[in-house]
Design a protein. Structure first.
Length: 303
């Protein structure tokens, strides 16, 4: 039996990483204890934001219409630490800071958390990964807000104040992380997936970070290939086929992107396929800032 066959067998025993709009609506209607989080954010919106504004990216859209009862979460301040040259654009928050965030959301350890966005899960997956890293049961709304609206369900407007803070004590390190010092060796001995768009991987363009290209030995696997035209994740079988064409057997898997946000989306897709993967949080924004580190351009292995 190959490692991929083992992964696939395990996939059927995993906690589902996705929830569809119908199931979420039904569970909310019957009064299940579910906390819904709106995690709308995008790199383009962040780049276009007025630097003098203190309104978080995505908050205006949230206020204009969100799933009833959903709380807004600011990806840049609550799901990441401050950007830095040494650690990248969206470093992981500290345990203490993230504990403060989940307490402010009123989360309890036995809560089921559903996260969504309006970008095929690209930003919501960061919340899914980080909440799982902290020990919470979490699922991404498949298809996001678009799927909720397409199913004929209503939105709520305005801003919902946060509930009374909880006193929850979070776990930490519940998911594998690839440390910066280990990336170069990992790329030579494991399968390191680059989740950015192919043109950024190949070094044809770099709109954000200081150098263009990719970590030597990394494999191009754009997150856009994880979903279909409607923004829903592809089937388990389709994702298994996709990753089998990219990954080497019997080696560990890790993922990076520009700053560790959409890499979580790739890890979610891998999880659906039954494959465990580590996150390189600093991603290209950390690697490319260190001029002592090598890079490659052009194609290595891609879809």
């Amino acid at each position: 039996m190959t490692s991929h066959e083992t992964f696939h067998a395990d996939a059927h025993r995993r906690q589902p990483a996705l929830i569809d709009a119908g199931e979420l609506a039904a569970r909310l209607q019957r009064g299940d204890r579910i906390v819904v989080l709106d995690v709308r954010w995008s790199l383009a919106a962040a780049a276009a934001k007025d630097p003098t504004s203190d309104v978080p990216v995505g908050f205006d859209e949230y206020r204009d219409g969100h799933i009833p009862g959903a709380l807004f979460v600011d990806l840049e301040t609550e799901l990441a630490a401050h950007a830095s040259h040494d650690h990248g654009r969206h470093p992981l928050p500290s345990k203490a800071d993230f504990q403060e965030t989940v307490r402010s959301l009123g989360l309890q350890k036995d809560d089921f958390v559903v996260v969504y966005d309006d970008l095929a899960g690209m930003s919501a997956a960061r919340a899914w990964w980080l909440l799982g890293f902290a020990g919470f049961r979490t699922a991404v709304l498949d298809g996001g807000l678009t799927a909720w609206v397409a199913s004929g369900r209503e939105l709520e407007t305005g801003s919902i104040p946060r509930p009374q803070a909880s006193g929850v004590a979070i776990d930490w390190n519940r998911k594998p992380v690839l440390k910066h010092r280990d990336v170069a060796h990992f790329a030579q001995s494991g399968s390191l997936l680059d989740a950015r768009a192919g043109e950024r991987y190949r070094g044809e363009t770099e709109p954000v970070d200081p150098r263009a290209g990719h970590v030597p030995g990394a494999i191009s696997a754009p997150t856009s290939e994880n979903v279909n035209e409607s923004g829903h994740f592809k089937t388990t079988e389709a994702l298994q086929k996709r990753f089998e064409s990219l990954l080497s057997a019997d080696v560990p898997v890790a993922v990076y992107c520009g700053s560790g946000v959409t890499a979580a989306h790739e890890i979610l897709a891998l999880d659906i396929a039954g494959i465990d993967a580590a996150l390189y949080p600093g991603s290209w924004s950390q690697w490319s800032n260190d001029e002592s580190l090598p890079l490659e351009t052009g194609s290595h292995k891609s879809l």
